[in-house]
Each structure stands twice: as C-alpha cells, then as structure tokens.
Design a protein around this ligand. Sequence first.
Ligand code: NAD
Length: 292
Amino acid sequence: LPEQEAFDIEYWLLEEAKLQRMPKPKSLAGRVAIVTGGAGGIGSATAARYLSEGACVMLADIDPDALEATREQLAGKFGKDMVRTVSMDVTSEDAVISAYGELAVEFGGVDLVVSNAGIASSAKIEDTTMELWNRNQSILSTGYFLVAREAFKLLKQQGIGGSMVFVASKNGLAASPGASAYCTAKASEIHLARCLALEGAPDGIRVNVVNPDAVLRGSRIWTGEWLDQRASTYDLDKEGLEEMYRQRSLLKRSVLPEDVAEACYFFAAEVSAKSTGNIINVDAGNIQSFTR
Ligand code: NAD
C-alpha cells in the first residue's frame, strides 16, 4: 500500500505539472468591447488589457490620427481581426448611435463597454466661462449618458447581460481647487453609473466605476492647457506635479494607465460577477480619501 500511495502522489504531481504548463483559457474570449477615448492613455491601455484576455475591441475616439496609430499598434500585437476603430464624438447623438450600429455589423454585438473619452479643462469659478462649463458637461456628463443609453438598448436587445465601466475620476468624489467644472461633471458620471446599476440589474447589466487619481505619464490630458492650469495652480512643473501626487499617496507611487486598465479589466471579468454600482479608486491610497 505505501508503494501505491507513493505512486498516486507521483502521478498527481505529474498531472499538476502538466496542468500548469497548459495555456490558461482567456477570460474574455468571445467577448466584444467598445472603449471610448480608445486612442488615449487609459483607453488604449484598457483596450490592450481586454485584448490580452481574448476580447475583440472597437476603439472609439474623436481623434482619427491617434485612433489609427493605436489601432496599428494593438493590431500588430493582438491581430488585425481583433481590433476595429470608429471615429466618434461622444457629444454627438448621431455619431454614438452609428458607432453602435458599426459595432453590431463588425463584431455582431457588444458585451463590454468602457466609457472613458474625456478631457480635463477647468478654471477658478470666476474664470469659468459658459463655454468651459458646457464643454465639461457635454463631453463628460452628456457623453457618458449617450454612450450608456445606446449600450443599454443593444445589451437589452441581445438579452445576455453585459458589463459597463465608467472611467470617472477621484475628482468626482474629492474637490480640487480651480476645477469645479471638471469635478462637477465627473461627479455626475459617478451618479449616472449608480443609477444605471439599478436599472441594468434586472437584465444582468452591471455598471461600475473606476476612479483614477492623476495619471501623468501616458495621458494626453497632461499636456497643453490642463498641464499649464494645474502647474500654475500649484506653482510646479510636470515632474513636480507628479511628485506631489506621488507624495500625497499612502503607497508613494504614481498611478499609470495600466493600473487603471487592470481595474477596468476586473469589472469586465467574471470574477466581478457579483459587483455592480461599485467604485474602485486607483489612487495609490490618496490621503484625501482618509480625511473626507
Ligand atoms: P487622454 O487624453 O490620453 O485620452 C482621452 C481620449 O479621449 C483622447 O484620445 C481624446 O481624443 C478622446 N476624446 C476627447 N474628447 C472626445 C470626444 N468628444 N469624443 C470622443 N473622444 C474624445 O486622457 P486619459 O488620461 O487617458 O483620460 C481618460 C479618462 O480618464 C478621461 O475621462 C479622464 O477624465 C479620466 N481621468 C484621467 C486622469 C488623468 O490624470 N489622466 C485622472 C482621472 C480621470
């Protein structure tokens, strides 16, 4: 008998070793995703993460050149049949409707939605023009509404549930100096997501939120007007700002697009099947969260 036991153990160990060598099944295989702002830092990192798990991805963005560059890069890595693009302004009702039409034609439907297209543009309240206020409202608040409304129509028609992730911002929860237009629009995205979690649950549609803190590297937001505005608010250059954000985090680490992508992946994957209306802050432990 001890011999038999030794044999069993050896056999079991061999089977384990074989299992470990077998390629792991891809967790999003057969799924179709749309990522708005897919040509940007967080959007392209999220698309890459979904692709790495076997999903097909439609990149939607207002910037056709950046869209093509991102498509080329991702298609080179994951295969050209896995990635499509659609040029779309999230503030245009017609453009959003036709993007979902294209998605249905190209990939036969949708399972995963990442609403992420955005800008960062703000000012002190006395310098906030109607144009600036409305730009934040239309791209962030209204843009997320349109992307979600059309997704809901398609997801309900398909009848097999789905997962939607809103990339909002820590600024949708925590106030930031000189950024009321942006903060307010981001807060509305978060509340919209929670309302939609209620509405979507009976149809198996989950809606969750990922709130990044400042992501300076890889993001196109941190160039031009927003960078100048933040730099003058804090009297720091880009490196100084990144250091300030790093220092105010408990973990003393900068947040990267890939970190945000990982949280977006969590909400898309089966492991989060019991999560809806929830928020993950990707902020390396921003101390503001502990003093609110
Ligand atoms: P990014 O500028 O690199 O990417 C944003 C993308 O959205 C760009 O490719 C841009 O062309 C696209 N876009 C802008 N307006 C659009 C419109 N009207 N229609 C369609 N596409 C449009 O910036 P990012 O850092 O990747 O930001 C992604 C999201 O994350 C945004 O919603 C942003 O507010 C949010 N966020 C960013 C940070 C950060 O520090 N980078 C922090 C918190 C939240």
